[in-house]
Design a protein around this ligand. Structure first.
Ligand code: SF4
Length: 199
């Protein structure tokens, strides 16, 4: 599998949030922006250009680490990988806003860990999500259940791409509220038209 054929890990996050949103962005190339996405880009640039956290003694901080798994067919960038002297890697992903109620960020982080495991041969038990607006880290354990869910999700995405159909709207309308593709998707209007049927 070539680099171009590897699924970008950040799109796993989009798919968990809403399969339709994933489709708009990955297949149709829509890049909707709102205040949340713009602030997210600015925060990520800060992460990659200045130190956000001090290193503890014996911990090497590696920023913007390219990771990949040819077994799973995914690749991406870890915002930060903490490497302890004597072994031990911990991926850290920085996120705009607060912790959400869904697991999209956890899946993204877990996929990064699965890549690092394949690249290094070392087991990784946990990582961290750092939410800018809360200024705190959330520890994420890479449980067997989260690993299995992440692997299954990658297969679901591949199956969806083979089917070649734009997925339906999310069944959780609360997710549409902050979606930068709302004006492209128009979930209320198109849902109304679908219910009305053909004219
Ligand atoms: S507006 Fe709602 S249904 Fe449409 S892409 Fe965004 S989250 Fe999905």
């Amino acid at each position: 599998m070539t680099e171009r054929e590897l699924l970008p890990i950040s799109f796993l996050n989009q798919y968990v949030y809403c399969a339709r949103r994933f489709w708009y962005m990955y297949v149709e190339g829509e890049q909707g922006e709102n205040e949340h996405t713009v602030q997210g880009v600015l925060n990520h640039e800060r992460v990659h250009t200045i130190g956000q956290e001090r290193s503890e003694p014996g911990v090497l901080l590696r920023r913007s680490v390219h990771v990949y798994s040819h077994t799973l067919g995914i690749s991406g960038i870890c915002d930060l990988v903490e490497e302890r002297v004597g072994g031990g890697l911990t991926p850290v992903e920085y996120k705009q806003g607060k912790r959400g109620r869904w697991r999209n960020d956890h899946v993204q982080l877990c996929a990064q860990a699965l890549c690092l495991e394949e690249m290094t041969g070392c087991r990784i038990e946990q990582g961290f999500l750092f939410y800018f607006s809360e200024r705190r880290r959330e520890e994420v354990s890479f449980t067997a259940e989260l690993r299995a869910f992440t692997v299954e999700l990658i297969q679901r995405i591949r199956d969806a791409l083979v089917r070649g159909e734009r997925p339906p709207h999310t069944e959780q309308p609360a997710r549409c509220k902050g979606c930068s593709l709302y004006d492209v998707c128009l979930p209320v209007e198109s849902g109304f038209l679908q219910r009305a049927g053909p004219v």
